[in-house]
Write a protein that binds this ligand. Structure first.
Ligand SMILES: Nc1ncnc2c1ncn2[C@@H]1O[C@H](COP(=O)(O)OP(=O)(O)O)[C@@H](O)[C@H]1O
Ligand SMILES: [Mg+2]
Length: 309
C-alpha cells in the first residue's frame, strides 16, 4: 500500500513520522510521550496524532539483537491487502534498539475480550457465564473469519488468534440483542508466518487456551488448520461465554485439549444448539479432520449469515 514516508532505511532521525517537526528529537521520545494504549508481551503500543494523517497506533518493539530491517509482524501485514477486518498497516521504522510498527488507530482500543466483559454478564472471577445471542455471535465471529480468510488466501497464518488480538470499533451499546454494531479488526501479527496449506511448521507460538493439539504436543502442524482450531475456540467463547478447555495451563486442561473434550451445556437456553456441528467439526483431535477455512465457509450455520465473505 502507498503510505507516507515514515518507513526509512535512511539515516536517523529522518524516520520520524511526517508532521513531527523536531528532527532533533529521537522518535522513541516522541512516541513514548504519546498515550500508552496497550502493553503486550513483546511491546508497548502508543497512540499518537500525526499531522495530516490522524491518529495512529505505534508499537514499540525492542530489537533484541535482530538484524532484519523490519520485524516479522510488519512484513506479514505488508503482504496483506487492505481489508475492513484487519488492522490497517501504516508503516515501520527502526531507531537504535527499537522497531516502531505503525497501524491506523482503532478508536477506543477495545478488544473482543473487553466487549465480552462489557456484555454485562461477565463475572469478575474470570468465569464468563454467557455468550452473545446467536446472530450477534455469528456476525462477530464471521468478521474474524473474514480477516483470517484473507490471511490464508495470501498464505499468511496468524498463529495467535484470540480475543485480545481482535480490536473493536464499537457503535451503540453492547448487552442486548444486537443492540450495538461492532467493526472488528484482527491485529498482532507478531507470531504470523508465511505458510501454504499442508506445509509443516515446527515452531510453537500462540496462547494455551487457543492452541490446537499438535501445537501442545510439539509435533509438526499445518498453520492453516491450527488457525481454524483457534477460530473454533473463539466461536465457542462467543456463544457460551466460557473457554472450551479452560484458560489456565494445567495438566487437566491440557488433557482436555488433546482429547478435544469440551463441555456443551445443552440445558443452557441461551446457547444456540445449531452451532454445535460447526464447533464439533473444527475442534477435531486429529489435525487432518480439522477443516480448512474454505470448508468452514460452506457449513450450514455459517452460510445462514448474509455477511459471509
Ligand atoms: N491499531 C490499534 N488501535 C488501537 N489499539 C491498538 C492498536 N494496535 C494495538 N492496540 C492495543 O495494544 C494492545 C497490544 O497490541 P498487540 O498488537 O496485540 O501487541 P502484543 O504483541 O504486545 O500483544 C492491543 O490489545 C490493543 O489494546
Ligand atoms: Mg497481542
Amino acid at each position: 500500500m502507498s503510505s507516507p514516508d515514515l518507513i526509512s532505511s535512511r539515516p536517523l532521525p529522518s524516520c520520524a513520522p511526517p508532521g513531527v517537526s523536531s528532527c532533533d528529537t529521537p522518535i522513541y521520545d516522541i512516541v513514548t510521550s504519546g498515550k500508552l494504549i496497550g502493553r503486550g508481551i513483546y511491546g508497548s503500543v502508543y497512540q499518537i496524532l500525526i499531522k495530516g494523517e490522524g491518529h495512529l497506533a505505534i508499537k514499540v518493539i525492542p530489537c533484541n539483537g535482530m538484524q532484519s530491517d523490519i520485524p516479522r509482524e510488519a512484513e506479514m501485514m505488508k503482504r496483506l491487502p487492505k481489508h475492513e477486518n484487519i488492522v490497517e498497516f501504516f508503516d515501520v521504522c527502526r531507531e537504535g534498539e527499537f522497531y516502531f510498527v505503525t497501524t491506523r488507530l482503532v478508536t477506543g482500543g477495545r478488544t473482543l475480550l473487553d466487549l465480552i466483559k462489557s456484555n454485562g454478564r461477565y463475572r469478575v472471577n474470570q468465569s464468563i457465564r454467557h455468550g452473545f445471542p446467536e446472530d450477534a455471535a455469528r456476525s462477530l465471529w464471521l468478521q474474524v473469519v473474514s480477516a483470517v480468510n484473507v490471511c490464508h488466501t495470501h498464505n499468511v497464518v496468524h498463529r495467535d488468534i484470540k480475543l485480545e488480538n481482535v480490536l473493536v470499533d464499537l457503535i451503540g451499546t453492547p448487552g442486548s440483542d444486537c443492540g450495538f454494531s461492532a467493526q472488528l479488526k484482527l491485529c498482532d501479527f507478531g507470531f504470523a508466518t508465511v505458510s501454504e496449506r499442508g506445509q509443516n511448521l515446527c515452531t510453537y507460538p500462540g496462547t494455551f487456551a487457543y492452541a490446537a493439539p499438535n501445537i501442545l504436543r510439539g509435533v509438526p502442524y499445518d498453520g492453516h488448520k491450527t488457525d481454524v482450531w483457534s477460530l473454533g475456540v473463539l466461536l465457542y467463547i462467543l456463544v457460551t461465554g466460557h473457554f472450551p478447555f479452560g484458560n489456565v495451563r494445567n495438566v487437566d486442561n491440557e488433557r482436555r485439549i488433546l482429547n478435544a473434550q469440551f463441555v456443551w451445556d445443552r440445558h443452557n437456553a441461551s446457547v444456540p444448539y445449531r452451532v454445535l456441528p460447526v464447533i464439533q467439526s473444527i475442534l477435531s483431535v486429529v489435525e487432518s479432520n480439522i477443516p480448512y477455512l474454505s470448508d468452514v465457509l460452506k457449513m450450514e450455520w455459517v452460510k445462514t449469515n448474509p455477511q459471509v465473505p
